[in-house]
Design a protein around this ligand. Structure first.
Ligand code: NAD
Length: 360
């Protein structure tokens, strides 16, 4: 029987509509190959939504997203909206969307594609073969803990305060996402904390260790965050899946991503509780400097759609097909301007889409 999925598309601003069009074409082609039917519905977010409705996240968009099986976003923002007050900026729409979908888990792969090893700032022998997934808790920890603020003491001295707090249930739900993700990869999970200093990290380590009894097929290890940062740069190949809290994950996922050296290649996924739609988007922004010029690299968008298939819709075979198509175009020497190196063939966004289709 044909499997049917309802996908909300949020093309957004800048290069968003250009790269989204490519991802949709590839999704349709993969769907045809594997007898999957995608019902696409497009909605407004960011600057495009502000222009049409005055709101960066119209209620109708949130509702459409909530009623779908998965949400595929390109990027939002641009010069035109940069001078608006903070609450009306395109970025606010994205933050509200993440909150509205209760996305508590952020998944960011840092995979060094063999064809792009030399784009990394680290030596080839260090990064070659690196394939890491960072699972970051997104709605808790020190970014949200109370009390917070800048308080003045009786002597008039100011104190800045933030609180790092995790409950057992918050740790367990992100832990489950990470164990499940590790299961779909090479079966190794490294939990990163600072339990030698922080009580919140001691609870984190206890709960993750307890949870591992339910995942005997996943090999669990623990690292302190300072050591994890060193190891990421010293020997990134030792990592498969990493799970960590909001603050440590913010820093480590950027460090891991930059091992790859090419922002136009990086997808991400944000997941909520089981049965609710996840949000899948490239790490890069709307690149207003090259919008409408057919120069954008669509590969991060295509790889985000692949993550949607793998982690959002549980269609690993379809995800594999899309990722293999990306490998094939790179093997053939095709590059957009942002990843161009000597001897390679320069393609525009549209032509890269055609090459992907051909590769499929
Ligand atoms: P950016 O990622 O849009 O661009 C940084 C640089 O990378 C630019 O030179 C751009 O041309 C290049 N680049 C990015 N993606 C590319 C691609 N797919 N192909 C080729 N080149 C690419 O970051 P920025 O310039 O700091 O921000 C531009 C706008 O995007 C801002 O309004 C910002 O708020 C917004 N933004 C949105 C998101 C999002 O939608 N999640 C994320 C980051 C920034």
């Amino acid at each position: 029987m044909t499997q049917q999925y309802r996908i909300t598309l949020l093309p957004g601003d800048g290069i968003g509509p250009e790269i989204m069009a490519i991802a949709v074409t590839i999704l349709k082609a993969v769907g045809q190959r594997l007898d999957l039917k995608f019902e696409f519905q497009e909605a407004l977010l960011g600057g495009a939504a502000i222009d049409a409705t005055g709101e960066p996240l119209p209620d109708a968009t949130l509702k459409t997203c909530q009623d779908s099986d998965a949400v595929l976003l390109a990027a939002i923002g641009g010069y035109k909206w940069d001078t608006l007050p903070n609450a009306q900026r395109p970025e606010k729409g994205l933050l509200k969307l993440r909150a509205g979908l209760q996305l508590f888990a952020n998944l960011r792969p840092a995979t060094i594609l063999p064809q792009l090893v030399d784009a990394s700032s680290l030596k080839r022998e260090i990064v070659e073969g690196t394939d890491i997934l960072v699972v970051r808790e997104l709605t808790g920890g020190i970014y949200f803990g109370q009390p917070r603020g800048i308080f003045e003491s009786e002597t008039g001295e100011k104190r800045g305060v933030n609180t790092m707090v995790y409950s057992e249930s918050e740790i367990e739900r992100i832990g489950r996402v990470a164990f499940e993700a590790a299961r779909k990869r090479r079966g190794q999970l490294c939990s990163v904390d600072k339990s030698n200093v922080l009580e919140v990290s001691q609870l984190w380590r206890d709960r993750i260790t307890a949870l591992s009894a339910e995942y005997p097929d996943v090999e669990l290890s623990h690292l302190y965050v300072d050591n994890a940062a060193m190891q990421l740069l010293r020997a990134p190949k030792q990592f498969d899946t990493i799970v960590t809290g909001n603050l440590f994950g913010d820093i480590l996922s950027d460090a891991a991503a930059m091992l790859t050296g090419s922002i136009g290649m990086l997808p991400s996924a944000s997941l909520g509780v089981a049965g609710t739609p996840g949000l899948f988007e490239p790490v890069h922004g709307s690149a207003p400097d090259i919008a409408g010029q057919d120069k954008a690299n669509p590969l991060a968008q295509v790889l985000s759609a692949a993550m949607m298939l793998r982690y959002g819709l549980n269609e690993p075979q379809a995800a594999d097909l899309m990722e293999q198509a990306v490998q094939k175009v790179l093997d053939a020497g095709y590059r957009t301007g942002d990843i161009l190196s000597p001897g390679m063939k320069l393609l525009g966004c549209q032509a890269m889409g055609d090459a992907l289709l051909e590769a499929l």
